[in-house]
Design a protein around this ligand. Structure first.
Ligand SMILES: [Zn+2]
Length: 281
């Protein structure tokens, strides 16, 4: 233990400053998205089996909904630019901009140097949950994804149905890429329906039983052409453990909806970030 300086309490008492105030962040036109959504018809669906991953394609201006269908289940979501798989969801910057958990009106941002909104959340039936007394909330961008390497590190063994592996297999199957190449494109996820937080006393990442029930859903507007990749986590509702076959697991349903022509008015897909990329040289 290090010796605290005499002014330790005064230093601790300094109030925090928000790193990225979002008042200058472009605000999505939720009213427009919702009125377009009201005209939309279903154009596709993918059922993600328990402990597996599945890809789906959504065009810019379409909507996709992830639903709990048979029982409480957590999903690990990856997003890529459909035409350039190197542009992918950036959970770290999404967290820095919107906080540890995301809900209606917030966006999933892409990695550098692209840094643009990939998708906007337009509806969240678990929006009522808020932040519970443990500091837990739903749909986190703080976890990474369960993976067999961490499993091997902590417990040994070779479990093959962690979200990382599920996402790797489904991306390889969908794109035709070799497994090893697909694996390098898998990235940190949005933990759909997962209830997580950090303990106050030790700062450790925790999970608890997801409040999701069949019929609950999270719905997105696709800002660019997307390749989605969703894993139904082997942790099921993540009430006890993951990285094994012991938890009760359920499928997740992905549905895609397309609005009628003209319903989005003058909306256009956002360009990549405007920074000139000269980096001072
Ligand atoms: Zn998982």
């Amino acid at each position: 233990m290090t010796q605290a300086p005499p002014d330790a309490e005064a230093r601790r008492a300094i109030s925090p400053v928000i790193c990225y105030p979002t008042d200058t962040l472009p605000v999505p036109d939720l009213g427009l998205y919702r009125s377009a959504r009201a005209t939309a018809g279903k154009v596709g669906e993918v059922l993600v089996p328990p402990r597996e991953g599945r890809c789906f394609e959504v065009k810019a201006g379409q909507f996709f909904r992830i639903s709990s269908v048979e029982g409480p289940q957590v999903g690990d979501l990856n997003l890529h630019n459909l035409h350039d798989l190197k542009e992918r969801f950036f959970s770290g910057k999404t967290r820095a901009l919107h906080g540890t958990h995301v809900t209606t009106g917030e966006r999933l941002w892409s990695n550098l140097p692209y840094l643009r909104p990939m998708a906007t959340i337009i509806e969240d039936t678990l929006g009522w949950y808020g932040i519970d007394p443990y500091g837990g909330s739903v749909h986190d961008v703080i976890g990474t994804r369960c993976d067999p390497y961490t499993g091997n590190l902590l417990a040994g063994g070779h479990y093959h149905h962690c979200c990382h592996s599920n996402l790797t297999r489904s991306l390889a199957s969908h794109t035709g890429l070799p497994l090893g190449e697909a694996e390098m494109l898998v990235h940190d996820v949005l933990n759909v329906f997962m209830c997580t937080g950090f303990t106050r006393d030790t700062g450790q990442y925790f999970m608890k039983a997801s409040p999701v029930r069949p019929g609950d859903f999270l719905e997105f507007f696709a800002e660019i052409d997307l390749l989605g990749n969703l894993s139904a986590c082997p942790g099921g509702d993540c009430s006890s453990e993951h990285s094994s076959d012991t938890a009760a697991c359920h499928p997740l349903l992905v549905e895609i909806f397309s609005p009628v022509q003209g319903a989005l008015g003058g909306w256009s897909s956002p360009p990549v970030n405007a920074y000139d990329r000269s980096h001072g040289r």
